[in-house]
Design a protein around this ligand. Structure first.
Ligand code: URA
Length: 248
């Protein structure tokens, strides 16, 4: 049974009670499991999600990212791609450095660029409600993005921008060692998994972060859910899958 609080959260997300199954439900046998075979390529070698762009004009700052401070300092100092020219500030990520759950979005939007924190706008509010519905608070997870600077006009990050930023995300994942990564939206899923498969297909199975044994659950981006409320019931199923993976 869902608690009153969870039912309240679901109402906040915009999901009707009848679309919901209890959290305690067992994973059906037909539900795909985490793939057993490790994928060989590393995140750093994953295929880019967007078409080719001209090569970088500025060199990547190639200092070792051996600890959390070095990662955060390097992100703040980074001028590896042209996104830095238009953003207000870097948005490295926020949350628990020992988190079991790491959430990876696409890139900062307008609100995030102003606040320096990921997922604080309307999408972020919905994400918070989705987390709350499975009994997890924002402070328990680590939230970050594929790129740490806002792409102008919220365009998709270009391939060189994703490539420049990848070492930071990889270093963050290596430090946090999450039990599960929740990848929200197309850009995140394509960048993390090195695929161009549609999100609608990617959400139907569990994945593994290339080069590691960390399971990746793909779900719809909250911005998409705000535009397409009918997809919220699927996202709720995804959240329950994440919940079960965290309990395992
Ligand atoms: N969308 C994202 O993908 N990330 C954010 O931080 C905010 C909106």
């Amino acid at each position: 049974m869902l608690s009153d609080r969870q039912q309240h959260c679901l109402k906040g997300i915009g999901i009707r009670r009848c679309e919901v199954l209890p959290l305690a439900i067992a994973v059906p046998e037909s539900e795909p499991r985490v793939k057993a075979n490790p994928v060989i390529a590393k995140v750093a070698e994953a295929a880019p999600p967007t078409p080719e762009k001209p090569a970088l004009r500025k060199p990547v700052i190639d200092v070792p990212l051996e600890n959390w401070d070095a990662i955060m300092r390097s992100i703040q100092q980074c001028e590896a791609c042209e996104l830095v020219q238009n953003c207000t500030q870097k948005v490295p990520g926020i949350g628990n450095q020992q988190a079991d759950l790491m959430i990876v979005g696409e890139g900062p939007g307008h609100d995030e660029d102003i606040r320096g924190e990921p997922f604080v706008g309307r999408s972020g509010q919905l994400l918070d409600k989705m987390l709350e519905a499975i009994g997890i608070s924002r402070s328990q997870v680590f939230i970050t993005n594929i790129v740490k600077c806002r792409p102008p006009n919220n365009r998709d990050p270009h391939v060189d921008e994703v490539a420049s930023c990848r070492r930071y995300l990889q270093a963050q994942i290596e430090q946090i060692k999450p039990k599960v990564i929740l990848s929200v939206g197309r850009v995140s899923a394509h960048s993390l998994l090195g695929t161009t498969e549609p999100v609608g297909r990617l959400i139907t199975s569990l994945h593994q972060l290339p080069g590691s044994d960390i399971p990746v659950k793909v779900t719809y981006h909250p911005a998409y859910l705000l535009r397409t409320p009918t997809a919220k019931a699927i996202a709720w199923q995804d959240m329950k899958t994440v919940f079960r993976m965290l309990q395992a």
